[in-house]
Design a protein around this ligand. Structure first.
Ligand code: ZN
Length: 134
């Protein structure tokens, strides 16, 4: 499956809907139908949970060598975000200066254009993370 199809066919990516195991309370994103902690006990006990989109930077890396469709935006920052719900999500950090970067900084998910299939292709959207500024 190509990256483009992946985004198009996963509606949960657009609104960041995860899944919560009602047995242990753990939140999973992307959503899954069986909890890796509770296994069989969790079958039928997983409920959708819309993530608030708020979290903090757990770890990050500055990417200098990017695939061609990202050529315009490099270097860019990829981060692992620990969401308020406790789940870890990987995404690009945007609207940030590199010397502003720090572990633990507050960020919020935002829908942005991810790329397109060629010059007149379909445009894809998905979440990225931007810093929360007071
Ligand atoms: Zn569980």
């Amino acid at each position: 499956m190509t990256t483009a199809r992946f985004w198009r066919e996963n509606a949960s990516r657009y609104n960041m809907t995860g899944a919560q195991c009602t047995v242990c309370g753990k939140v999973h994103f992307p959503p899954r139908s069986v909890c890796p902690t509770c296994h069989r006990k969790s079958i039928g006990k997983i409920v959708p949970l819309k993530l608030k989109g708020e979290g903090e930077v757990f770890s990050y890396t500055v990417v200098h060598e990017a695939p061609s469709q990202f050529e315009m935006q490099k270097p860019y920052v990829m981060a692992i975000i620990r969401m308020k719900e406790g789940v870890m999500v990987t995404g690009q950090l945007i609207d940030i200066d590199q010397n502003e970067l720090s572990i633990g900084m507050k960020v919020r998910a935002t829908m942005r254009k991810l790329g397109s299939d060629g010059p007149d292709g379909v445009i894809h959207y998905g979440y990225k993370f931007a810093p929360v500024r007071q």
